[in-house]
Design a protein around this ligand. Structure first.
Ligand code: ZN
Length: 354
């Protein structure tokens, strides 16, 4: 069994849309459900996890990525009671405290892996981060957890090359924008096609800017794509590019809304699909998984399976009948997927050997 660190932000309930009367699927119940599932199913014990203690991030940590003006805005807006910010994002009075502890937890997870205390780690934090830009919030996200971790690993833990892999159903637009011209950070995002789907970015042709052209990869998955398509993508593109880039560390933006039960997206990953993707990555590179989105009743089960993948200790069986799932979907899914994959491969072939 691999040694796995798990950390969660204990004060996350202070970031609660109900306190402000806004409707949002990004609620404290998400992390409460995961922690309850972990407790009832002895996930920490079964996987021999090291439970890490969260710390609050400092302003210096946040400012490695975010602008001074934006950080001041979040701080003052939160301390004066918060409110609706637009772009599906809210702040409450306690939000700054929660956000700093979420980032601090992510950094603690990174430190544990970078210093060899654990082989891999999973930071269960909220709100998510991958839609946050250097100077703006978006899509429930205020601070970009993955980007801040990448900068921390480079500047404090002397990692040179970092890969950030997003498997949330929504494109990792904030993270990609932050690193679009930085060839020391490879950004791979596999998500539901952004045509008519939030964040309306993350098309295959978005490949970064000089001197990092080719270091941003976007795979647009057609609606209903699932385990099979993810497996093919990683085999034929994702893992090949990762091998050539050869990162010191992988940060996995682990959203659970690519799951077949998610109402906010239309992808079909199941437990097997999540296990497969995570274990292929963490079996090869030290990996820090971060919770991103996911708004259905099986978050606990999925987080459990991700811990099993990180620990190399699978025992939960996938109950979904894959043949039924495949039979129920549109026949165009496989064809569109094949075309998109070919388009991506041909654009990437100037930069990577595929
Ligand atoms: Zn999402």
């Amino acid at each position: 069994m691999r040694s796995t660190g798990v950390i969660y932000n204990t004060n996350h309930e202070l970031h609660d849309y109900m306190l402000k009367g806004f409707p949002s699927p990004e609620s404290p119940a998400r992390l409460q459900d995961i922690m309850q599932h972990f407790k009832h199913n002895n996930v920490f014990e079964n996987n021999n996890c090291k439970v890490l203690i969260p710390n609050s991030a400092s302003s210096m940590d946040i400012l490695r990525v975010h602008t001074v003006d934006y950080f001041s805005f979040v701080r003052s807006h939160s301390s004066t009671g918060g409110g609706w910010l637009g772009n599906d994002t809210y702040l409450c009075e306690g939000s700054l405290e929660v956000l700093l502890q979420a980032v601090g937890s992510v950094l603690e997870a990174g430190k544990a892996v970078a210093t060899g205390k654990c082989d891999n780690a999973f930071a269960l934090v909220r709100p998510p981060g991958h839609h946050a830009y250097a100077d703006r919030h978006s899509g429930f996200c205020v601070f970009n957890n993955a980007a801040i971790l990448a900068k921390y690993l480079q500047q404090v833990q002397s990692c040179s090359k970092i890969a950030i892999v997003n498997i949330d159903a929504h494109a990792s637009d904030g993270t990609q924008d932050i690193f679009k011209a930085d060839p020391s950070v490879l950004c791979i995002s596999v998500h539901q096609t952004p045509s008519g789907f939030y964040p309306f970015k993350g098309f295959i042709r978005e490949m970064g800017l000089m001197p990092a052209l080719g270091y941003t990869l976007n795979m647009e998955m057609p609606q209903e794509a699932g385990n099979f398509e993810y497996s093919i993508f990683f085999e034929q593109v994702g893992l090949k590019v990762l091998e050539q880039f050869d990162p010191d560390m992988v940060i996995l933006e682990c959203g659970f809304d690519s799951y077949y039960k998610e109402k906010l997206a239309k992808l079909n990953l199941t437990l097997d699909g999540y296990y497969d993707v995570v274990s292929r990555i963490c079996g090869r590179w030290p990996t820090i998984a971060l919770l991103e989105g996911g708004y259905h009743e099986d978050l606990g089960l999925l987080a459990d399976v991700v811990v099993q993948a990180l620990a190399d200790n699978r025992y939960t069986k996938d109950e979904v009948d894959q043949m039924n799932l495949l039979a129920s979907r549109q026949s165009s899914c496989r064809r569109i997927f094949g075309n998109k994959l070919n388009e991506l491969k041909s654009l990437l072939s100037s930069y990577w050997d595929l």
